[in-house]
Design a binder for this molecule. Sequence first.
Ligand code: PGA
Length: 253
Amino acid sequence: MSRRTLIVGNWKLHGSLAESLKLVTAIKHQTAELTHLDMVLTPPFTALYSVSVALSDTHIALGAQNLFHEDEGAYTGEVSGVFLKELGCDYVIVGHSERRQYFHETDLGVGLKVQAALRNDLTPVVCIGESLAQREKGEALEVIAKQLKGIFQNFTLHDLESGEVAVAYEPIWAIGTGKNAEPEQIAEIHHAIRSWLTRYFDAPAADRIRILYGGSVKPENAAALLQVKHVDGLLVGGASLNAAAFVKILKSA
Ligand code: PGA
């Protein structure tokens, strides 16, 4: 099955309103002809509305970096999928390793967020990946399987089919380190992810899921990473904050 390439720029905690608009303006003017792939920008919550307006005449989609698992209620400080959808989001990153590390998110909690995203017609970009210590101990495959099981444990095939899901494999040791994973390592894990999804759900459902690679993606390595077997797209952190670099990455797809 051929899946459309998906490239997501994760701005993390960067992007004042002025910076965000400058970045979006530069990106949108250089990508108008790129209609053969799905491009997504994920600014911080505070810039979502203005970026949404700026993107309205483009085919670049908007995404958020997180959401809460309930739609509304007495949850001070949280933002729900309902509100993200209202702002024009179509995507949301869920379970990024920085959220797991600094905000103690668990696989079960990530699963609830994936449900919340699907309920609100948002495509969750579900992040998984092993640490350096786990990789060195030869546990990468086991860790990935455990994360998938933890996230999807309460999912039925019907839940998965109710919307679109993307999975991002981001080895923690490759995030922001300048050290991307080797093609063989990426191919092995991506293949294992799709096999796990096929066994747990079924082949057609697993086939629809785009599996992205993330971790030190740069203009210099993007084309090669996209050539790796089983890679359907990229999740880009640092390089997505530089318009020229991000546009080069988009153009390499
Ligand atoms: P990086 O971040 O591209 O800066 O390594 C990737 C990510 O955290 O999504």
